[in-house]
Design a protein around this ligand. Sequence first.
Ligand code: FES
Length: 153
Amino acid sequence: MSESTVCQAGVEQDAMVQNPDPLVLAFCCNWCAYTAADLAGTSRLQYPPFVRIVRFMCTGMIHPNLIIDALTKGADGVIVCGCHPGDCHYIEGNVRMKSRAEAIELMLEDFGLEPERFRLEWVGASEGVKFAHVMRDMTRQIQDLPPSPYRTD
Ligand code: FES
């Protein structure tokens, strides 16, 4: 019997993953990443069903506490997706998010969380393929970790 199987989402899933049923939150800006997610959907590109999308108008509106809150209330991973540098519809929201991401990465250790549980990616509105790829990659990375120590189920 093969060590890996292909799940319904078209993702090769290793039978030995530590967390087969993770909760991954994708915080997406409205103008680029959410549009890319929509494009992935209308293009029938598949990504794991463990990803839950939360829409923000801009990544610059995402306070670090929201990410830490999510990770300490049971999310196994959080990925923030915004416009490429220079493309933010609010001029420099994504630049602010980049600075905050560096602070969040430092905070994760204080909460006993692996750095792989948080990621920041730039995904343009026309990049549905990239969006699906990034979600598959993030999910695989989270599945290789044990469930969040903050998970209660
Ligand atoms: S509008 Fe997309 S990151 Fe600001």
